[in-house]
Write a protein that binds this ligand. Structure first.
Ligand code: ADP
Ligand code: MG
Length: 258
């Protein structure tokens, strides 16, 4: 529902429906070219899962989108702002993009709610009461209301990751990047985190998700992108890429992970 409203409100002939536009993106580390010409568009409200073998450039791609890595060449546009423009305000771009990593990166010396309010106050300049209100709303979204006064060390990995998601959401991001958010978790904790992500997707959040969870990709993704060797080998709806892949490299990868 929210998805439909957002799309109508922002639709424009200039392509306001596009959340991320990536054109001919290259990234090298020294002599090693890790991304060798990536073209990818993500629409507002779309969930795109990126799959592929280790070392294929998935994390680098995500890190280029929020400028944790500087692209070597090519352009990236996020919500109409070309972030690869040298005059862009990098901090402002990053503020609009939530990122969740494999490692949760919560501040160990802060309670859950303090972890959620600190950036809101320092970066967005929100008053304490307002920041706490936003934090509580987002803790509720991830089912962690009861733990607001706990320290991260007292939480399971799955709970810490849900807090990390709530922390990212508290900055009111336009889109969320997830880099293998469940890879560090014990198997029995993976489901809770995926449920939270599923709910976010259903609410219409734009999401670019690197994952090895093929059932998540199959059920939640609007589109699946298979990367290998720094290029997109194949992309399409999950029933095509995951269930009936066209390329031998995709089939070979899937036979190893499924
Ligand atoms: P994936 O996430 O698909 O496993 P990455 O994007 O992390 O792949 O890495 C792609 C390649 O880039 C790998 O060969 C990796 O060693 C290399 N790489 C990633 N980050 C750096 C870096 N900061 N410096 C040098 N090489 C890097
Ligand atoms: Mg990676």
């Amino acid at each position: 529902m929210k998805d439909a409203v957002t799309k109508t409100e922002h639709a424009s002939p200039a392509g306001g429906d596009t959340a991320i536009h990536i054109a001919d993106l290259h990234k090298s580390f020294g002599d090693l070219e890790v991304l060798t010409g990536i073209d990818l568009d993500v629409r507002r409200g779309e969930v795109v899962c990126v799959i592929g073998p280790s070392g294929s450039g998935k994390s680098t791609l995500l890190r280029c989108v929020n400028l944790l890595e500087e692209p070597t060449s090519g352009t990236i546009t996020v919500a109409g702002t070309e972030v690869t423009d040298e005059n862009v305000d990098i901090d402002r771009v990053r503020r609009g993009i939530g990122m969740v990593f494999q490692s949760f990166n919560l501040f160990p010396h802060l309670t859950v709610i303090e972890n959620l309010t600190i950036a809101q106050r320092r970066v967005l300049g929100r008053e304490k009461d307002e920041a706490r209100k936003v934090a509580r709303r987002n803790l509720e979204r991830v089912g962690m209301t009861e733990k607001e006064s706990a320290y991260p060390a007292k939480l399971s990995g799955g709970q810490q990751q849900r807090v990390a998601i709530a922390r990212a959401l508290s900055m009111d991001p336009q889109l969320m990047l997830f880099d293998e958010p469940t890879s560090a978790l014990d198997p029995e904790l993976v489901g809770d985190v995926l449920s939270v992500m599923r709910r976010l997707a259903a609410e219409g959040m734009t999401m670019l998700v690197v994952t090895h969870e093929m059932s998540f990709a199959r059920e939640v993704a609007d589109r699946v992108v298979f990367m290998d060797g720094g290029v997109i080998v194949e992309e399409g709806p999950p029933e095509q890429v995951v269930v009936d892949p066209q390329h031998a490299r995709t089939r070979e990868f899937l036979s190893r992970v499924l």
